[in-house]
Design a protein around this ligand. Structure first.
Ligand SMILES: Nc1nc2c(ncn2[C@@H]2O[C@H](COP(=O)(O)OP(=O)(O)OP(=O)(O)O)[C@@H](O)[C@H]2O)c(=O)[nH]1
Ligand SMILES: [Zn+2]
Length: 342
């Protein structure tokens, strides 16, 4: 087991600017609403866990509106009224959505058409993004990892790398790519049927709300099953409610971790469209760079070809220290990753 990257001083709990806009419409008639967490969403049916520990199925009240802006997503805290007994074949009604502390989003520029579309919120209120990638079989896709990092930083979530299949190859060269960004990393492998390194993953996820992303075959299910012993049953319950398979339309599902906290699996999320992320959105995730960039010309893109970018002076005159050059280069690589293909 190894943990590259510092995971101490960089804990950033930033309110997300766009995510924190007030959404709750105070309606006196709903002051008796029951609060619940959204665990899954499938075609207009919301699987909820009430604060009283009851599993509910609900629909969204018409008064909340339609379209992306009023979307209710996994991780949202909602107020429900109506039948909140949780009994079979009952439906509660979602009448309000609490302010969000974070929003993990993608713009729909990763659809088959390749055209830009509206931003879509994938998960609300998560504080950590676990980017799962295999060291081999399938080969790591650094560009995709970079794009996941950008999505995490944009959301104000702490990214963590989880490199699986370390029994197949040395993860060090891949992890080196993220050292200057100080992304914490964990390494797992399957040895004699057990997941070595799972304890470290478990500790990192404890008492937090973490979204797991990774492309097909990297071993994400293997991790989820090791972390949540009844994961299949839990998702099976969702299926029983919706009558649909887990991979068909559900893009995220929240699973309770036995030791506390939530793991949000994202079987339907393979990529992030990032058209909505501007240079400043990314910059704000790096306190040191953001402080330096205050001296940039107005509208500076901070890219390699940006004239008079203060970040270049910061490296050139030695203020950035020994690792500064690589840190700036890594930051700029992420800037570029926003507009690259997957
Ligand atoms: N050698 C090795 N194989 C692993 C490891 N983790 C998972 N695998 C294998 O890799 C394959 C894919 O693992 P899954 O957990 O199903 O991967 P996934 O990311 O959930 O893939 P999808 O279900 O397609 O989304 C399976 O055959 C696993 O047994 C590992 O650490 N080492
Ligand atoms: Zn600049």
């Amino acid at each position: 087991m190894r943990d590259t990257g510092t995971d101490d001083a960089r804990v950033r709990v930033r309110p997300n600017r766009r995510g924190s806009r007030p959404r709750t419409k105070v309606r006196p008639e709903h002051s008796d609403a029951t609060w619940a967490l959204v665990l899954g969403v499938d075609r207009g049916r919301y699987q909820l866990l009430s604060d009283g520990g009851v599993r509910l199925v609900a629909v969204k009240a018409r008064e909340l509106g339609r379209g992306e802006r009023s979307a209710v997503v996994v991780g949202d805290r909602v107020g429900v009224v109506g039948d909140v007994s949780g009994r079979r074949d009952t439906l509660a009604r979602i009448v309000k959505v609490a302010d969000r502390t974070s929003v993990l989003r993608r713009s729909a520029d990763d659809t088959a058409s390749g055209e830009a579309g509206p931003e879509r919120v994938i998960v609300a209120n998560a504080d950590q993004l676990l980017i799962v990638t295999a060291v081999a079989d399938p080969e790591p896709r650094p560009r995709l990892v970079d794009r996941c990092l950008v999505a995490a930083y944009d959301a104000g979530m702490d990214p963590v790398l989880c490199v699986t299949k370390a029994d197949l190859a040395d993860p060090a060269p891949f992890l080196q790519r993220y050292a200057a960004l100080e992304v914490p990393a964990m390494v797992t492998s399957v040895v004699e049927g057990a997941v070595a390194g799972i304890e470290t993953v478990r500790e990192r996820l404890a008492d937090r709300t973490s979204v797991l992303v990774g492309h097909s075959g990297v071993g994400k299910s293997t991790l989820v099953n090791a972390l949540v012993p009844d994961a299949d049953r839990a998702t099976g319950e969702v299926n029983a409610v919706t009558g649909r398979g887990r991979h068909t339309s559900s893009s995220a599902v929240a699973l309770a971790l036995p030791g506390g906290g939530w793991a949000i699996d994202t079987p339907g999320v393979r990529s992030f469209g990032l058209q909505h992320v501007g240079p400043e959105d990314l910059l704000q995730a790096f306190d040191d760079l953001a402080a330096v960039a205050l001296d940039c010309p107005r509208g500076c893109t901070h890219a390699e070809d940006a004239p008079d970018c203060a970040l270049d002076d910061w490296v050139a005159d030695g203020r950035a220290g020994a690792a500064g050059e690589e840190r700036l280069a890594s930051f700029r690589r992420l800037l570029e990753a926003r507009s690259l293909d997957q």
